[in-house]
Ligand binder design. Structure first.
Ligand code: GDP
Ligand code: MG
Length: 158
């Protein structure tokens, strides 16, 4: 049984971009295997020779106008299946109320949660992530999903 990593967070923080980066190589292999159903929210990934499954919570509740309740539904659904949670936040937007809402749920679960501060390319990692210590979910990890910055360090830690 492969470990399951769920990506949760507000809309537009870069969850799907991170999902695509994590799963890109493995997806190409999966497509060659007959009988493997590909769902756009689930993907295989590999780090340091270890395979894992990534869940992108992006598509759940997309019709919901209320961003906070949308984020709530996304988080709840992903948490049911996850062994580990990557809580994605946006360094450009900073810490918002929607992040706090999600963090409240994540502080209550048993699985490990890692805060990843996305869109931090061109910034000093420590300053990009500083304000997110307030989420009380451990040391935040500054990354860039589009540039690939520091993602392998996060995976190593996870
Ligand atoms: P999601 O709604 O959380 O799945 O977010 P998306 O992956 O759809 O990304 C939302 C927007 O943020 C898109 O325009 C992405 O190109 C952009 N984005 C994602 N990751 C990064 C990043 O690391 N840096 C920057 N500058 N933009 C990013
Ligand atoms: Mg998405």
């Amino acid at each position: 049984v492969l470990p399951v990593v769920a990506l949760v967070g507000r809309p537009n923080v870069g969850k799907s971009t991170l999902f695509n980066r994590l799963t890109r190589t493995r997806d190409a292999l999966v497509a060659d295997q007959p009988g493997v159903t590909r769902d756009r929210h689930y993907g295989f990934a590999v780090h340091a020779g270890r395979r894992y499954i990534v869940i992108d919570t992006g598509g759940i509740g997309q019709d919901d106008e209320d961003i906070d309740s949308q984020a709530f539904a996304q988080t709840r659904a992903a948490l049911e299946e996850a062994d580990v949670v990557l809580f994605v936040v946006d360094s450009r937007q900073g810490l918002l109320a929607g992040d706090e809402t999600i963090a409240e749920q994540l502080r209550r679960i048993d699985q490990p949660v890692h805060v990843v501060v996305n869109k931090s390319e061109g910034q000093v990692a420590v300053s990009a992530s500083a304000e997110f210590h307030a989420l009380a979910l451990g040391d935040p990890w500054a990354i860039s999903a589009t540039h690939g910055d520091r993602i392998s360090a996060v995976l190593e830690h996870v």
